[in-house]
Design a protein around this ligand. Sequence first.
Ligand code: AMP
Length: 172
Amino acid sequence: MDSLRALIREIPDYPKPGILFYDITPVLGDPDGFADLIDAMATPFLDAGITKVAGIEARGFTVAAPVAERLGAGFIPIRKPGKLPFAVHRQDYQLEYGTDSLEIHVDAVAAGDRVLLVDDVIATGGTAAAAVELLRTVGADVAGFSVFIELAFLNGAASLNDVTHHALLTYD
Ligand code: AMP
C-alpha cells in the first residue's frame, strides 16, 4: 500500500481554496500501480457473491469498471444529471465543495443482484450515501462499499450506516 500512497499527488486549493485534493491520475497512469489498485480493491470481495459493481461518475468509473471485470460482475454507471439516456431515479446530495445530484437507470438492478459500490475517494460521505440510496431505490442488495482513499477526519463512513466499507488508504 505504501507504493500506492507514494503515487498519490496532493494538490492544495483545488478545486477551491482550502481543499486538499487527492489526485489519483498518477496511480491510474502507472501500469503496476493501476494493477495493484484494482487487485487490492477487488480481492476482499472475491467470494462475496457480487453480481454487479456500481461506479460513480467520473473518477469512480476508472476504478469501478475494472473491479467489476475482475469480480466477474456487471457494471452499473451512476451519473451526473442528464447523462443517462433511459428513465432514471435522481438523488440530491451535499459535496465537500458544493451540492450536486446523481442519477441511475431505473432498470440498473435485477432481482437478486448483490451490488458492490466502488469509488475513488470518500470525503464527507454525501456522494456514497446518495449512491447507496439510489441503488436501494432500484431494489439492490448493497453488499459493501470499496473505496481507494478515505479522508477519515471528515467521518464520511458514518453516513453509510449499515453498509460495510473497505478503504485501501486512510488519511487522518
Ligand atoms: P464526498 O461526497 O464529500 O464524500 O465526496 C466524495 C466525492 O468527491 C468523491 O467521488 C471524490 O471523487 C470527490 N472528492 C471530494 N473531496 C475530495 C478530495 N479532497 N480529493 C479528491 N477527491 C475528492
